[in-house]
Ligand binder design. Sequence first.
Ligand code: HEC
Ligand code: HEC
Length: 236
Amino acid sequence: MSAVWSDSAPGVDERDAGAAVKAVASTPAWFGAIVAAALSAAGLTHSTEAAAAPKTSVDAKIGYCEDCHGPAGQGYYGYFPIPRLAGQQTQYIKNQLQAFIEHRRTNNIMFNVAHVLSPAMISALAERFRSFNPPPFGGAPRAFVATGKEIFQDGLPDANIAACAACHGPEAYGHDQIPRLAGQLYPYLVRALNNWGAERGQHTAQPDTSATMLPIAHSLNKRQMEAVAAYVSTLK
Ligand code: HEC
Ligand code: HEC
């Protein structure tokens, strides 16, 4: 793993970089910045992807994503909640990778991961993660689930919040640009809703799909976010 810390050493292994972040899972925030820098250095050695994204290189890249996103993209909860990718809509995955690359969605780790991927590789990875179906990660507070189900299915008419199911689908599988929420990690969802306006749609001159969720995320209070996150995180 020491190779990760020797900044621009050629041939730094991506798997080491991912494993490093995972090992860092319970350490302080400054550590993340160092790891992001290490990933950036590692990324430099991987800037050319074969145009056709051959199966062996897709397999290797999937393994690299799994170092952080968990086996079969189930999600992983360490220092950062790392989202589930399994069963996710391909168009949503592509949109988010593009948003990280263009800094419309701000996350240094995922910028470093995504900006070296070719369009062919992005498509191949999105298709592969879509095909995985591990069980939900679990761990949400059960007591919130019933309230969360009501919010998901009926919205909050008094607060003028539409039913989540209207867009995300009755089983929370999403569609096209609208993400699957079923089985997504509870702490990731709470964090995503809480930080929406600060992390997504950051190019005000170039509004994107994140704008649809902005008023919804802003209208939910903390308790409601936790409830709806707990509910969808249990769905298979
Ligand atoms: C070093 C750890 C790490 C690695 C390696 C990594 N990711 Fe991520 N990924 C993250 C973190 C952390 C987030 C959450 C970012 C946030 O909260 O905005 C994330 C978020 C994402 C998202 C957004 C998901 C959503 O539901 O909005 C996508 C898509 C994604 N990653 C794809 C990938 C792919 C594809 C790979 C492999 C090429 C990969 N990631 C490798 C850490 C990693
Ligand atoms: C009008 C349609 C619409 C409604 C209603 C809606 N959403 Fe969304 N939601 C979206 C779209 C579109 C996105 C993708 C945003 C993007 O591309 O950044 C999204 C994304 C999300 C995400 C991010 C998922 C991830 O993997 O990062 C969460 C969480 C979410 N919605 C929760 C909810 C909840 C909870 C409700 C109900 C209170 C809800 N949504 C209602 C359209 C909707």
